[in-house]
Design a protein around this ligand. Structure first.
Ligand SMILES: Nc1nc2c(ncn2[C@@H]2O[C@H](COP(=O)(O)OP(=O)(O)OP(=O)(O)O)[C@@H](O)[C@H]2O)c(=O)[nH]1
Ligand SMILES: [Mg+2]
Length: 349
């Protein structure tokens, strides 16, 4: 899974990125050029994986990972700059809007006031303009080809026209319902407003607990504190969070939300060598989940031996006991993997 932080310049994206990935990239308040991108890997903390590991005591425990991209900031009314930025996140699965909520006159900003709700709309508008530009250029191109007497894809043009109307009406492409066949026609275009997205507000300590920020769908973050937390040793984090009345660190909040909007779940493999968590889309079949691990396992798939996480804990990892209790299941290729399943794949080589 790849997630990307997007927002106006000096909203605090890099600071939050540092907190999430434990890096120390410079956050001085100048405007980052559009081709400067930072990448980092986040470990998906999962208590269940830790419990399984405590039982199995494997040589290695491997968390699922999420890749995070921090791009340059958006500039208002500067589509050339903004589309360069967007090119950097074309592969992202989800977008996280970082909205500036902290008030600090020493950090320049493109708006005269601090208003994260306005910024959310402004950002959506900028993204919408990028997609509208993409749609318009593509339609023009198809029409030119048609004029030249070349064969064109009428179906694609039809879908594009529909999308153009939608965008011109001020709606993102997330709000449009397309059938699979329609989606197929435009998949090559990678529209930015089609990607699932959610927003975080980067607040200062003073405004963090204000009601207007509590009562909305956005995730609240205190970037400055989070970046301090990111530098702390693991054992000090909990007490620091408690002292600051923050319920959990930023990467947990963001990862949980990303899993939720992308419909991701985790399953586990557990053996003496390695206990490992894997992320898949909800609805993934056992044979495709096997493919996440290795294409050989997918190809030679025989069956999946499955125990749910709760059952695994109940029998303390004892598979013979699980069999006696009838909670150990043999599942075929078509089995839909559930969140928390502990799976051993049987396959022929
Ligand atoms: N007071 C205050 N300053 C912050 C906070 N978060 C970030 N800053 C400051 O804002 C400036 C910009 O932070 P960055 O994290 O570099 O912002 P950015 O969104 O990555 O900016 P660009 O890369 O230019 O788009 C830095 O000087 C930070 O110290 C915050 O929560 N409070
Ligand atoms: Mg930055």
């Amino acid at each position: 899974m790849i997630i990307a932080l997007v927002g106006f310049a000096n909203a605090g994206k890099t600071m939050i990125f540092n907190a999430m990935t434990h890096q120390k990239i410079d956050t001085s308040p100048y405007i980052t050029p559009p081709d400067i991108t930072h990448k980092g890997v986040l470990h998906v903390e999962d208590m269940r994986l830790k419990r399984i590991s405590e039982i199995i005591k494997p040589k290695k425990t491997t968390f699922a990972t999420v890749e995070c991209i921090d791009v340059a900031g958006f500039l208002k009314n500067n589509p050339a700059h903004n589309s360069k930025v967007i090119r950097e996140i074309i592969d992202a699965d989800a977008i996280i809007y970082v909205l500036r909520g902290f008030d600090d006159p020493s950090v320049i900003y493109q708006f005269e006031t601090i208003d994260p709700f306005r910024d959310f709309n402004e950002l959506e508008y900028e993204l919408l303009m990028i997609d509208l530009d993409l749609v318009t250029k593509r339609i023009e191109r198809i029409d030119e080809q048609k004029k030249k007497g070349q064969k064109i894809n009428e179906k694609e043009r039809e879908v594009l026209e529909f999308l153009r109307e939608h965008l011109e009406g001020g709606h993102t492409l997330r709000e449009v319902n397309l059938g699979d066949d329609q989606l197929l026609e435009i998949r090559h275009l990678n529209f930015i407003t089609m990607k699932p997205a959610f927003a975080v507000i980067n607040l200062d300590e003073k405004s963090f607990n204000e009601d207007k920020f509590k009562e909305n769908q956005f995730i609240r973050i205190c970037g400055i504190l989070e970046s301090e937390i990111g530098q702390l040793p693991e054992e000090e984090i909990t007490s620091f969070l408690e002292a600051m009345s923050i319920d959990e660190p930023v990467n947990k909040k963001i990862i949980r939300k990303a899993y939720e909007i992308l419909n991701y779940i985790s399953f586990f493999t557990a053996g003496p060598q390695e206990v490992r968590a894997w992320s898949i889309k909800k609805g993934t079949k056992a044979v495709d989940a096997a493919g996440k691990i290795h294409s050989d396992i997918q190809r030679g798939f025989i069956r999946a031996e499955v125990v749910s996480y709760d059952d695994f804990i109940m029998v303390n990892g004892d598979m013979n006991l699980a069999k006696q209790k009838g909670i150990f299941r043999l599942e075929g290729k078509e089995y839909e993997v559930k969140d928390g399943d502990v799976i051993t794949f049987r396959f022929k080589v």
